[in-house]
Design a protein around this ligand. Structure first.
Ligand SMILES: Cc1cc2nc3c(=O)[nH]c(=O)nc-3n(C[C@H](O)[C@H](O)[C@H](O)COP(=O)(O)OP(=O)(O)OC[C@H]3O[C@@H](n4cnc5c(N)ncnc54)[C@H](O)[C@@H]3O)c2cc1C
Ligand code: SF4
Length: 327
């Protein structure tokens, strides 16, 4: 690991100024950044510690929705009683992420900014070809071991999967990411790889996430996060689905449906085709299973990750049917 300077920011403004300097990076819980520095992917000259900044760890909830500060810890948000009752999918996504120790350290802002787990990306000493790490160097994953790679949103330059759970749930419920002086829908905060996989977010140098906000809705209140993975805990998703459901007064017809996929795409993936196909329909198992296949429209596999194209629609259907039973 390369030597770096450590700077403890005394205010948000000071953090922004310091983080805008070349070679500077923000440090929140450190659970991703220190790993990346150790394996030589991140080579900061200066770490700007924001973990203790006051006011950025608040969780505020009223009838309009929730605002979660960027420095709120994953475990605090997951365990918040109002988040659990009004946004169960958010709480469940966080509970199923990482481990208890990591959730106690890691922040919401850092969670959104986590990098891919592509093994070629994380091993620069053995694999020099990685367009995300080094633009125009190639992609060692294409033609390599691809079991964990994306099938949606890929490009010829990069097929790395976005691994976060929380962002999948945030995309389903139209969350907004608040930066210092602007805000944007969470969907726009994650960029597709295209020809520039090294650029993952539209952040300017020194720009910081300050909060996430979520509008209240009936679909968010009746929601779940279903994560399928190789082992029961402490594992990233093979495929996951955040689903929210609102039924008409007859208790059978779908008024509103939210569906987003995790573990299968290069960014948190809203499955609007599934939503559109089912809104206004009677919730029946066969109808749900058929519509859920639309979740992987346009998917492209690279051999070993083909199973995700089969798995993701099943995960979506299971989550929708589970919410139907809960109705
Ligand atoms: C073994 C392991 C297993 C894991 N499993 C899962 C899992 O199953 N699901 C899952 O979702 N996640 C998982 N994670 C990822 C974990 O959730 C993240 O490491 C964590 O959320 C990062 O938060 P942090 O505060 O520690 O970020 P840091 O490590 O401090 O920062 C991460 C990145 O975000 C930037 N950053 C931090 N805060 C801000 C901000 N406010 N504005 C702008 N940039 C910022 C930093 O500069 C850095 O680039 C796992 C991690 C590990 C190590
Ligand atoms: S898939 Fe993306 S992150 Fe992985 S080696 Fe290829 S370019 Fe790098």
């Amino acid at each position: 690991m390369r030597n770096f300077s450590y700077l403890r920011a005394t205010s948000t403004e000071a953090a922004r100024r310091a983080a805008a300097l070349p070679g500077a990076m923000l440090l929140a819980g450190g659970t991703t950044l220190i790993d990346l520095a150790k394996c030589g992917v991140a080579e900061p000259d200066t770490l700007v510690d924001i973990s203790h900044l006051k006011g950025l760890d608040r969780i505020e909830i009223d009838e309009h929705g929730a605002t979660i500060g960027a420095l709120a810890r994953m475990s605090h948000v997951a365990d918040n009683a109002e988040i659990k009752s009004r946004f169960p999918a958010i709480s469940e996504a966080l509970w199923q992420a990482a481990s208890a120790q990591l959730r106690n350290m890691a922040t919401i802002g850092g969670n959104l900014m986590q990098r891919t787990r592509c093994p070629y990306f994380r091993d620069p000493s053995n694999f020099s070809a990685c367009n995300k790490r080094q633009p125009d160097s190639g992609c060692a994953a294409i033609g390599g071991v691809t079991r964990g790679h994306a099938v949606l949103g890929t490009s010829e330059a990069c097929i790395a999967m976005y691994p976060g759970d929380l962002a999948t749930a945030l995309v389903a419920f139209d969350a907004t990411v608040h930066l210092d002086e602007r805000q944007m829908p969470v969907d726009a905060f994650f960029l597709l790889p295209g020809t520039t996989p090294q650029r993952e977010h539209p952040l300017e140098p020194g720009e910081m996430i300050t909060a996430i906000s979520l509008p209240a809705s009936a679909a968010a209140r009746r929601s779940t996060y279903l994560k399928v993975r190789d082992r029961q805990s402490y594992e990233f998703a093979a495929a996951s689905a955040a689903v929210g459901l609102e039924l008409e007064a007859d208790g059978r017809t779908i008024r509103d449906l939210r569906v987003a996929l995790g573990g299968v795409a290069t960014k948190p993936w809203r499955a609007r085709a599934v939503e559109d196909a089912l809104k206004g329909k009677v919730l029946e198992e066969e109808t749900v299973r058929q519509a859920s296949r639309l979740a992987v429209e346009g998917a492209v596999d690279h051999g070993a990750n083909h199973y995700k194209i089969e798995l993701a629609p099943r995960v979506v259907a299971r989550a929708i049917l589970k919410m139907g039973e809960a109705a």
